[in-house]
Design a protein around this ligand. Structure first.
Ligand code: 13P
Ligand code: SF4
Length: 320
């Protein structure tokens, strides 16, 4: 998009800068975003669309154009309640599918259909059927980071926040937990039930180590360490909180601590830094290449050309 300096663009850049300055963006850094955010926000109204951004998205998306930002399932639940005709999901494919399952009558778009997820891609519906044959007495609890087809073959779909409660409430003594092997190990420590794991991992969270946490604690003795439950058990064991991205947000909001280490994708720290400018977020930065496929340019194209539309077969919808 051509950058034509106008009063409107300068004003928009200033609006963006009022948020992004907490991430050390200058007004000049915000100028190239302005024509995009202006046009996206205009089209959004024209098309009665709502824009959802996962907590890991770029700050110019979260603070420039998103109507809601949050965790994967929370966003879809929020979108269901709106009167929008179209949902543009700035996140990865399984999240947009979840939004479609919860809002089957709305058009759901993802700006880049190749935005996948290593956890979701680790397992197919055929794998679930094989596991059921191998463990006929086990219940199947599946984390939300999976395709609609895998969800459809499961008994219950969970989030990181309610996985333990669901496992405890299942009638079976053996639970096949899909697809995250580390989350399964973390849960196995908290329940007397036998947990049968799958071998999926998150390419971002598997990179963190307990030594990194020790190093940060050495430098910042009062630091609070918040780790995503997709991390290895030895990482989770060293954290003050293990949870999903919403749990982390809540923890920071309610904590009087001044410094936090977020053991998760680095977008999360940026998102919180803007919201809590007086707190300090130190990160062993890890980027999710799938999440970062989404940008202002492809969001604009998505809204203009109605692409890429998410289709979920009717009998696959299994969330409520
Ligand atoms: P949340 O559901 O906690 O936002 O996490 C989604 C995700 O993809 C984590 O890597
Ligand atoms: Fe998937 Fe990990 Fe990226 Fe989350 S951070 S979308 S779990 S690959």
């Amino acid at each position: 998009m051509q950058l034509q300096f106008s009063k409107e663009i300068n004003k928009e850049a200033k609006r963006l800068h009022s948020k992004l300055k907490y991430l050390n963006y200058s007004l000049n850094d915000c100028l190239p975003f302005a024509p995009f955010t202006l046009e996206i926000n205009r089209l959004k109204l024209e098309k009665n669309a709502v824009i959802l951004a996962h907590n890991y998205q770029r700050a110019e998306i979260i603070y420039g154009i998103a109507d809601y930002h949050g965790d994967s399932l929370g966003l879809s639940r929020q979108a269901k309640e709106t009167g929008a005709d179209t949902i543009v999901f700035c996140g990865v494919h399984f999240m947009a599918e979840t939004a479609k399952i919860l809002s089957p009558k709305k058009k759901v778009l993802i700006p880049d259909h190749k935005a996948g997820c290593s956890l979701s891609e680790s397992i197919t519906s055929q794998d679930v059927l094989q596991l059921r044959k191998k463990y006929p007495h086990a219940g199947v609890v599946t984390y939300v980071n999976t395709s609609a087809e895998v969800k459809a073959e499961s008994d219950v779909v969970c989030t990181s926040a309610n996985a333990l409660k669901i496992i405890e409430e299942m009638p079976q003594k053996e639970i096949i937990f899909l697809p995250d092997t580390f989350m399964a190990q973390n849960l196995a420590k908290k329940t007397a039930k036998k947990i049968i794991p799958w071998h999926g991992t998150c390419i971002v969270h598997e990179t963190f180590s307990p030594e990194q946490i020790d190093a940060y604690r050495g430098t910042y003795p009062d630091i609070k360490v918040l780790a995503h439950t997709e991390c290895k058990p030895e990482v989770v064991a060293k954290a003050d909180l293990a949870g999903g991205t919403s749990d982390m947000s809540r923890y920071v909001q309610n904590s009087s601590a001044g410094t936090f280490m977020l053991v998760t994708e680095c977008g999360m720290s940026d998102m919180l830094q803007v919201q809590f400018p007086h707190k300090k977020f130190v990160v062993p930065c890890a980027i999710c290449p799938h999440m970062k496929k989404i940008n202002l340019e492809n969001i604009l194209a998505s809204l203009k050309e109605d692409k890429y539309e998410i289709i979920v077969e009717e009998n696959v919808g299994c969330l409520n």
